[in-house]
Design a protein around this ligand. Structure first.
Ligand SMILES: NC(=O)c1ccc[n+]([C@@H]2O[C@H](COP(=O)([O-])OP(=O)(O)OC[C@H]3O[C@@H](n4cnc5c(N)ncnc54)[C@H](OP(=O)(O)O)[C@@H]3O)[C@@H](O)[C@H]2O)c1
Length: 396
């Protein structure tokens, strides 16, 4: 029985992880949960799973949850809050496996603390690796920790990498659905609304990652993530537009062989792979994970147009620079995406904001999580400033 801590239990990945636990109750049990604002869902999860510890984003939310638990007669659960709370969840001695799925850098300290305690990590949160990958990988190496990617592309690459040695890899191909605007002419990009951008053609995900998929920034983050997870330079990580989202990524070896991973577009599968690794488990108890190969009749691949998706180009540049550039890329994107969703900047305001922030970012390499978080705050302030000055008259 693997005992899990789930950071971001109320989110899309968190609930998919709990669904996997539901399907395999003899294998995986959540013993610690960390949520943000959603008290109602956190309460339902506590009532169902009876974790030892649960954390909410703030003290007030933790008190609300405690009241609900008390009314239900649940009095022996430790309810904590804030960053210290997520760290407590991730470092609980009973926990064997930490699913890192808090959106943004809010889960960074907890994930880092878990790595330092030698816990196996299922990494969904890409911002952790983008912002603090250099530190997290160094700690993982020092403590002999397995970082198992849950992000479907890296999970696919991880699976394909088992077919050869790292030195035999020519390049990695990350597939991208291309998002809802892969065929939109450049002129149409100025008028894209949040509602249009939130309609992802193949995946159902949280709001930020859905917008990041529409700008291809999500793919840009994945390029950085792949460089870090698989120790590759950005030049060996390619992106290909694959609208069917059937091939989740590929690894090309030096002899010309390309291994691809194909499966349904359902995050429960990479979660199950990571939880079961190095084994594979029969997925029959989790309905819907089998891929019907007989229904497959077309696989298209094409080169992304960097003029229409400047975020991807910005990410490649940040991947080459590393350090604070990657932190600023992520932080500025988060601020710009929020501003776009609130109708304060246009769709193309997202890459424009990030570009301005990157121009003002130093190329230092932080040597602690504290320095990472400081650089993150600086980049956020800079992004807010750029938005306030450059888009003050722009209202959708
Ligand atoms: N969804 C996918 O298919 C997918 C695929 C690959 C990678 N990822 C990555 O996985 C991560 C999670 O994505 P998601 O789609 O699951 O996002 P989501 O649905 O927006 O969920 C985010 C989770 O983070 C929690 N959270 C936010 N701020 C918090 C804070 N300050 N303290 C504690 N918890 C906090 C939220 O809690 P509340 O809801 O309670 O506020 C929620 O549980 C992201 O980094 C994303 O890029 C997601």
């Amino acid at each position: 029985m693997k005992k899990l801590a789930i950071l971001g239990s109320t989110g899309s990945i968190g609930t998919s992880t709990l669904s996997v636990c539901e399907s395999f109750p003899d294998r995986y049990r959540p013993v610690a949960l960390a949520a943000g604002q959603n008290v109602e869902t956190a309460f339902a999860q506590c009532a169902r799973w009876r974790p030892q510890v649960v954390s909410m984003a703030t003290e007030e939310l933790a008190s609300q949850l405690q009241l609900l638990l008390k009314a239900e007669g649940i009095t022996n659960m430790e309810v904590v809050h804030g960053t210290a709370g997520t760290v407590r969840v991730a470092t609980l001695p009973e926990v064997d496996f930490v699913v890192s799925a808090i959106v943004g850098v809010a889960g960074l300290e907890a994930t880092y603390a878990a790595v330092k305690l030698g816990k196996t990590i299922g990494l969904a949160n890409k911002e952790c690796l983008v912002a603090a990958g250099e530190l997290i990988l160094a700690a993982a190496k020092e403590h002999n920790v397995a970082l198992l990617p849950i992000d479907s592309e890296h999970n696919a690459v991880h699976q394909c990498m088992r077919g050869g040695e790292a030195r035999e890899v020519r390049q990695v191909w990350l597939t991208a659905s291309g998002g809802p605007f892969r065929n939109t002419p450049l002129a149409g990009f100025e008028h894209i609304t949040p509602a249009q951008a939130l309609k992802h053609p193949t995946w159902v995900m949280g709001q930020r990652i859905t917008i990041d998929s529409a700008t291809l920034m999500n793919k840009g983050f994945e390029v950085i993530e792949a460089c870090r997870l698989f120790s590759l330079p950005a030049s060996q990580v390619q992106v290909t537009i694959h609208p069917q989202s059937t091939v989740h990524s590929m690894v090309e070896f030096i002899d010309g062989s390309i291994l691809a991973q194909i499966s349904v577009t359902d995050m429960r599968l990479p979660i199950l792979y990571a939880l079961a690794y190095p084994e594979r488990v029969d997925a029959t108890p989790a309905p819907g994970l089998q891929f019907d190969l007989t229904a497959l009749n077309q696989l298209d691949f094409s080169v992304p147009d960097l003029n229409r998706f400047p975020c991807l180009q910005l990410a490649y540049e940040a991947a080459e620079t590393g350090g604070e550039a990657c932190i600023a890329l992520n932080a500025a994107d988060e601020i710009a995406v929020a501003a776009f969703l609130e109708g304060r900047i246009p769709f193309l305001g997202i890459p424009r904001t990030i570009e301005r922030v990157l121009e003002q970012t130093s190329n230092q390499h932080p040597s602690s999580i504290h320095e990472v978080l400081e650089a993150d705050l600086r980049a956020r302030a800079c992004a807010r400033d750029v938005i306030a000055h450059q888009f003050s008259g722009v209202l959708r």
